[in-house]
Design a binder for this molecule. Sequence first.
Ligand code: SF4
Length: 243
Amino acid sequence: MSKSAYVHSVETCGTVDGPGIRYILFLKGCPLRCKYCHNPDTWINEDGEEKSVDEIMKEVRRYKSYFQASGGGITVSGGEPTLQADFVGELFKQCREEGIHTCLDTSGYCEIEDVKELLENTDLVLLDIKQIDNIKHRELTGVENIKTLQFAKYLEEQNIPVWIRYVLVPQHTDDTKDIEDLGKYLGTLSNIQRVEVLPYHEMGISKWESMNMDYPLKGITSPSKESVEKAKDILKKHNLEVY
Ligand code: SF4
């Protein structure tokens, strides 16, 4: 019997989480508690729908022609997908065998030993670095960034291509020095293909409210265009491809 995982939802024709047209599988469970999380309903895994690798593969195969025409494939996201690494590993292995591009969307908050096998069958990692300053990272996400940075280093050692994602949150991640430090750090890694600066937005609020939870970033609005451009310019100085 194939392995199974707790699934939150599926998007069948995604275009922003990796190259081309993608089948995006959102898994349940996350050890972080980001203050701007859009999907706090992914945090706990027990109430997700359990699906097996075989079931997912059956669905994924239907989109093969779209993947081939667009250079797309499968992206597994979350929550934090490495929490269910055995499942993702088996899924990616089968995708690879069938020529489907595999992409892991992660915060990198995991034990390297747990994800080694999974990464052997991963073509691209979308890695969220939430904050390069460890204290501010903990303040924003509830955990330190040490595991994430170790994970980034391991990806470089394994020569796995990475797209970095950085959410620009006013008062939390838009400090010039922090962005400068992030650029310096990323500039030392040889496997970073691009950096995406994602402006914070308030779309998550309604979900927090519907779950009767207090939204921690109330009053903080999206960054200005100028502030986004400034962040991009700082990162570009470190020879990074920035979007
Ligand atoms: S890592 Fe993603 S799913 Fe987890 S809390 Fe942060 S934003 Fe939400």
